[in-house]
Design a protein around this ligand. Sequence first.
Ligand SMILES: Nc1ncnc2c1ncn2[C@@H]1O[C@H](COP(=O)(O)OP(=O)(O)O)[C@@H](O)[C@H]1O
Ligand SMILES: [Mg+2]
Length: 361
Amino acid sequence: MIDDTAIGKIIEKYDPTKLAIGTLGSHSSLNIFKGAKEEGFRTVCICKEKDAIIYQKYPLVDELIVVDDFTDLLSPSLQERLCALNVVLIPHGSFTAYLSTEQLTDNLAVPLMGNRRLLHWETNRKSQEAWLRQAGLKLPMTFKSPDDIDRLIIAKLQGARGGRGYFLANSPLDFYKKSEEMIKRGLLTKEDLAYVHLQEYVLGVNAYPSYFSSILNNDVELLAMDRRYESAVDSIGKIPASEQLEINIAPTYTVVGNFPIVLRESLLPEILRMGEHVHRKATELASPGIIGPFCLETVITDDLKIYTFEISARIVAGTNVGIGTSPYAYLRYGENMYMGRRIALELKEAIKQKRLSAVVA
Ligand SMILES: Nc1ncnc2c1ncn2[C@@H]1O[C@H](COP(=O)(O)OP(=O)(O)O)[C@@H](O)[C@H]1O
Ligand SMILES: [Mg+2]
């Protein structure tokens, strides 16, 4: 494990007047780079050749490093180059999608804005659930064995897979029947089944509040809110029920985009407290808790109960709906504030206060 002391030593050698903000070229990189530029930072993008067009069309990158594969980030020569450029990396969804938690915590010796030790809590469904429950959040029930299923459940696989291989079932019999079907159709393997996570399916609408935990100000800010546009599940309602039955659809949840949302104001007190409590619990699990952006994935029922089914302790792509301004960022900061810029602002403030090591890990 690359610990805080090791990162502290690297950051000590950095020239704070030349600090650069870097990330992998995907997910929320434009959001991050735009924010960095607006706060006066240099930007470094590690990107694949086929995606370089993004940064030609949106010229927000000062240093474009083309790699064959995102795992090249682990190569010592690239890491040396990033450190020589005084890069602080901003982790996003592609970091954990392409690299394992162990690779990130053990082999990446470039300062990251965020708390590396929380990664382990986040990437394992069981420990993640413990964290959220202990923070006092409402979670959907989980079932230990398929034989305990007594209501509609969603069966999930380990790790974020965009809902691929997930399925719904409402009894033990239904579960075994569906899992066999899924295996036959090649959507699931027998090995997957051993690790399947059985969670009560909560009927309601999704809301994904995005927060920013400022270590410098000791505060958790609510900055954006979105919902996702998921294929194929969001398209099923376009087909009449009779057709749906005939073609026997297994809904998948591949995220294709996001919509901004605002919640009715009466839900805000709970949403705000949830963010506070999740961070406070994190300070006990891995001090100093969450550093920077995080997002809760929730379902809100018709009796206005808010159930949380997942957390991302990093920037989520849903904050891209706020590039420029989101209502929640506007309420707090006025115009032209959004997650990418808030990240850069915190780094700028950390440099000013000579507390860079407090916001990186
Ligand atoms: N307990 C639940 N009740 C209702 N819908 C859920 C529940 N859990 C997940 N979903 C739906 O399934 C989608 C994928 O679930 P999620 O746990 O976020 O998977 P992933 O790890 O792939 O991101 C969500 O976006 C949501 O629409
Ligand atoms: Mg999810």
